[in-house]
Design a protein around this ligand. Structure first.
Ligand code: NAG
Ligand code: NAG
Ligand code: NAG
Ligand code: NAG
Ligand code: NAG
Ligand code: NAG
Length: 498
């Protein structure tokens, strides 16, 4: 009996250490919270709100050991894909945190272990009567008559659901890495011209990359004259917006499919359909079929190419700034500053492009004139030059690098003469951009949370605990299997209490 108890606890711990909420037989199925009701983080695996049709769940979602968010997820997707997160940049502790629909003031409040309110709906002082998870995936606070006082559809994170509009006041913000909830640098929003845009909005630079930034809005089949700024996906898989942006899912017309439009952590906007049978997602539309067209993915001086897998590399003479995070790009192997007035020469990168950050643009120049413009400007780091048309693009910084596919132009990089014979067209230090970003939010050591205070993860601590966590998980899995093969199926923590 004692062995049974130990094994059951082991299973429970194993379940509790999985990155997504475990679904077990003892799930409390309710779709409504009344005033005074609450959900404790300790019941994360069992106590969730479920929409009436069972397609969505809402509750505590584990992002790492001891780090939880309040989230709405697709109940039928194999990995419980999150559609909305309340506190994406401020997860709460795995012990003592609670989501409370306060009896006193009618706000739904997320309290951390120390009582600190990390997030709340601003419905204090309203006649708020209940919190409901609707079949659409919308979490709403409504009054007794059913009027909506607050809804999660007004606070999107990185995903739009069918009939959840994107408007003037809402934008999608990507996650910072696969499986991590934290806000990243990519945004999907209506710009001041009323056009839906994708932008890389990083700490150093920002640049738009969809629709085609080379073209004017009318050339992209958009209109700037409808200022209503409204776009939405319907249940048949068609997206339309006031700026004439429209696209259809490849399975358009099928209304029985669960869909989501997500601005992924890699900066691409994708429409997905859920496969009912195995619970996996299939992309049915993508904004940028070529991932290297997404800006910012390889950071400063980084070059994006397909080798044939998508990869970031550094030009010869440069080394990765952080080999574990290619979005930080490359830095010079031998430090120099072109602004210091040393003698310089220009090293050629045939067929390459570093998109944007031109401080000037002049067509019809000879290469010598273009070279002189860059030479004479101390801030000029390089210039792009297009043979034939003589287009000259002196550049103030080098981002959005792309290796040659169709030779369009050449880049000439300013290099001090003391660095001899540099061949920046030779790419070094290849790293796979995607695998780098695809670090799973695996559960980590329990002291992890201590270092999450504030908004950002301290990745030094984060990764040093990963190794330990793997070992611990391996032990749990081994013990878990032992138990599964010996005893009756699917016990849970809740059964254990009874
Ligand atoms: C509630 O109001 C505060 C302060 O105005 C604001 O920062 C916060 O984003 C609001 N939260 C929600 C969920 O409305
Ligand atoms: C705009 O629409 C026209 C006609 O449908 C099409 O031929 C063209 O390729 C579209 N342009 C872009 C940039 O999508
Ligand atoms: C502007 O866009 C909205 C939403 O798509 C649409 O209902 C409306 O008719 C448009 N207005 C004009 C003048 O095209
Ligand atoms: C997109 O789907 C809608 C139906 O939802 C259809 O009316 C429209 O013609 C489709 N557009 C294209 C280009 O397939
Ligand atoms: C729930 O999902 C099933 C299939 O996954 C679908 O047939 C049904 O229409 C969905 N319900 C709602 C309300 O969207
Ligand atoms: C992330 O998890 C998936 C399955 O959950 C696994 O296949 C993949 O190898 C993991 N990636 C990393 C980098 O650990």
């Amino acid at each position: 009996m004692r062995v049974h108890t130990i094994l059951t606890s082991a299973i429970f711990l194993l379940l509790a250490s999985l990155p997504s909420p475990a679904r077990s037989a003892s799930v409390v199925r309710r779709s409504t919270l009344c005033r005074g009701d609450s959900i404790a983080v300790e019941d994360a695996s069992g106590d969730v709100l479920v929409s009436p049709s069972g397609n969505f769940s809402c509750g505590f979602y584990k992002v790492a050991t001891n780090a939880y968010t309040l989230a709405v997820w697709f109940a039928r997707s194999a990995d419980a894909t999150v559609a909305w997160t309340a506190n994406r940049d401020a997860p709460v502790n795995g012990k003592g945190s609670r989501a409370v629909f306060r009896r006193t003031d009618g706000s739904l409040v997320l309290q951390d272990f120390d009582g600190h309110v990390s997030w709340m709906t601003n419905t204090s002082g309203t006649p708020a009567d209940r919190v409901m998870l609707l079949d659409t995936g919308n979490l709403v606070v409504s009054d007794a008559g059913g009027s909506i006082l607050w809804q999660s559809f007004d606070w999107p994170t990185d995903t739009l659901l069918p009939y959840q509009p994107i408007t003037r006041y809402k934008r999608l913000v990507s996650a910072s890495a696969k499986g991590l909830p934290y806000s990243g640098y990519y945004n999907f929003y209506f710009d001041s011209n009323n056009i839906l845009n994708l932008i890389y909005d990083g700490p150093e630079v920002s640049s738009n990359y969809w629709p085609d930034p080379f073209k004017q809005w009318w050339q992209n089949n958009r209109t700037a004259y409808n200022s209503s700024r409204y776009g939405s996906l319907d249940r048949y898989g068609a997206f339309t917006a006031s700026d004439h942006t429209w696209f259809n899912a490849s399975d358009v017309g099928d209304a029985g499919v669960m869909r989501r439009l997500t601005l992924d952590y890699d900066g691409n906007l994708r429409l997905y359909s859920l496969d009912d049978v195995d619970g996996t997602w299939h992309a049915t539309w993508v904004a940028l079929p070529r991932q290297c067209d997404v800006h910012g993915i390889c950071g400063p001086y980084g070059v994006c190419s397909y080798l044939p897998e998508l990869a970031c590399s550094c030009p010869e003479g440069f080394v990765p700034s952080d080999a574990s995070d290619w979005s930080k790009g490359c830095r010079r192997r031998e430090f120099y500053d072109v602004r210091c007035g040393e003698p310089v020469y220009f090293a050629e990168m045939p067929g390459f492009d570093f998109w944007g950050f031109d401080f000037n643009y002049t067509p019809g120049l000879t290469m010598e004139t273009c070279r002189k413009i860059c030479l004479d400007d101390r801030d000029c780091q390089a210039f792009g030059y297009r043979m034939g048309t003589g287009e000259c693009y002196p550049k103030i910084t080098l981002w959005n690098g792309r290796a040659p596919d169709i030779v369009k132009q050449n880049i000439f990089l300013k290099v001090p003469t003391r660095i001899k014979g540099l061949k920046p067209a030779v790419l070094e230090f290849h790293g796979h951009a995607c695998t780098v970003h695809e670090r799973n939010a695996t559960s980590v050591g329990s002291s992890y949370f201590e270092h999450v205070r504030g908004n950002k993860i301290n990745f030094v601590y984060f990764y040093s605990f990963l190794a330990a966590a793997f070992v611990v998980e391996a032990i749990f899995i081994a013990v878990g299997y032992l138990f599964v093969f010996r005893a009756d199926p699917a016990p849970s923590g809740r059964d254990e209490e009874g």
